[in-house]
Design a protein around this ligand. Sequence first.
Ligand SMILES: [Zn+2]
Length: 120
Amino acid sequence: MPGKKLSDDDLKHFDGQLRIMLTVLHGDMEHLQVDALGDGQRVELQGDEGEGYAAEFSLELLQRDEKTAQDVIDAIARLETGTFGRCTDCENWLMKDRLRAMPHARRCISCQREAEANQF
Ligand SMILES: [Zn+2]
């Protein structure tokens, strides 16, 4: 079931939310980058298993954050071109609940399911 067209107030709300998300993500990424890459010296000095695992974990988080950040940037671009809130595949309006939970969502739930099923 497709959602409804977003009002200007909704768009303003999501615009604010996306920009906050981007700021938070960038802050996170800076921290994670330091964790993942370290200063080189520290890893050499106490390079035990634990340290390596922590770095790997941070790197994983970092890659996930980078993907989310890209989704957020794309969503902001869609706000600017007036296509925000519509599925990039079928062009139906996304449900507002879905956008509230995930303002950077690109697809409606059924297209998202299909895209994920085709990924593997
Ligand atoms: Zn769709």
